[in-house]
Design a protein around this ligand. Sequence first.
Ligand code: 5RP
Length: 227
Amino acid sequence: MNLKQMAGIEAATYVKNGMIVGLGTGSTAKYMVDEIGRRVKEENLEIIGVTTSKATEKQALELGIPLKSIDEVPYVDITIDGADEVSADFHGIKGGGAALLFEKIVATYSKKNIWIVDESKQVEKLGAFPLPVEVIPYGSQQLMHLFEAKGFQPTLRKTEDNTVLITDGGHYIIDLQLDVIEDPMALGAYLDQLVGVVEHGLFLQVVSTVIVGSESGPETVHNPAAD
Ligand code: 5RP
């Protein structure tokens, strides 16, 4: 079993009968969704899933997991998702898989958020991983110029066939190469107020539990600020 799979399967044990479960996106979340699908099929687990991307929706439907949209549920009990970086103070960067907008919406309406990562994602400070910023296409070049002038080293995200990536929400993603983010709260507040920015990949004060796949087994770390 690889480390991502280990974290995904461990996280699925938090899912209980009757829960409304936010289903994250990415290669780690995929293992968790597979495991929930297995439990639905083999253990008659009864849940409602709320997916965070078209990719996860497709996977969940193939596995027979009953789904509702975020607008059809009163709240989400628990959301399990991957992350690109998790800092020592439990902030995170997400959006490497381009699903940050829907992921943040589902996380916001979740009573509990669990992140599943392999140990390579744990960092002291955020920023080595490029920070995704989801933007409206109209005016996106102006934002590119603005980020360039700020020294943020922006790149417009492309697909494998070199066309501009369009998110599930119909937007572009600009990745910022920041190296070290000294003050994530201040950067998040700055990005939040920019016209044309829909959302950014800084997930601050969101996660309550991180499950880390490591060579010695899954390690569960609780965010003391979430209690
Ligand atoms: C998608 C995400 C993913 O959770 C994040 O990129 C981690 O992906 P992976 O588990 O494949 O490393 O935020 O938008």
